[in-house]
Design a protein around this ligand. Structure first.
Ligand SMILES: [Fe+2]
Ligand SMILES: [Fe+2]
Length: 169
């Protein structure tokens, strides 16, 4: 089968969905397991989101019609909400707390919703906007990008992001 960026991104969404399911199954005592799952979530989520923001979304935007532009704007806004609020809030909570469990659930719901919109709307549009060759090329670029210093920098930056005071505290 030829390479296809949309398949790759979709399968990464599925990996993330599985990790959130695993998280959902942990108890408040599972401090270590929760910490490990959170690390896996970040390792899956951050390169995926950054590459979408840096490469895929701008390429999509260039070819999109008005509906496409709206879909693009929605996706960008959802990324911002996760990066600036939902994920930092989760990371600001002790892994052995019920608050952590609640925040992890919210992040999982956000990611699932966002991934679903991409799959049902944006990727469908992208399949019409890009040729199979272009989608294969993106797939190769993405794999290479993950090993670059830029990707490593984005990861470090995201992991270091300070957590703002959670709402209501
Ligand atoms: Fe996304
Ligand atoms: Fe995505």
């Amino acid at each position: 089968m030829p390479r296809d960026i949309l398949q790759t991104l979709k399968s990464e969404h599925d990996d993330l969905r599985k990790l959130f399911k695993d998280m959902e199954g942990t108890t408040d005592r599972a401090r270590k397991t929760r910490g490990e799952i959170l690390k896996d979530i970040e390792a899956g989520l951050i390169p995926h989101a950054k590459w979408e923001e840096l490469v895929f979304y701008p390429a999509f935007k260039q070819r999109a019609d008005r509906e496409g532009l709206k879909t693009h704007a929605e996706a960008v806004q959802e990324h911002r909400a996760v990066e600036l609020t939902v994920l930092p809030d989760l990371k600001g909570k002790p892994t052995d707390s019920v608050e952590f469990a609640g925040s992890a659930k919210v992040l999982g719901e956000f990611v699932d919703h966002h991934a679903g919109e991409e799959e049902k709307t944006m990727f469908k549009m992208a399949r019409k906007l890009f040729s199979a060759e272009e989608l294969a090329e993106f797939d190769e670029q993405y794999e290479t990008w993950k090993t670059t210093p830029e990707a490593a920098r984005e990861m470090t930056k995201a992991l270091k992001q300070p957590s703002p005071a959670p709402v209501g505290q």
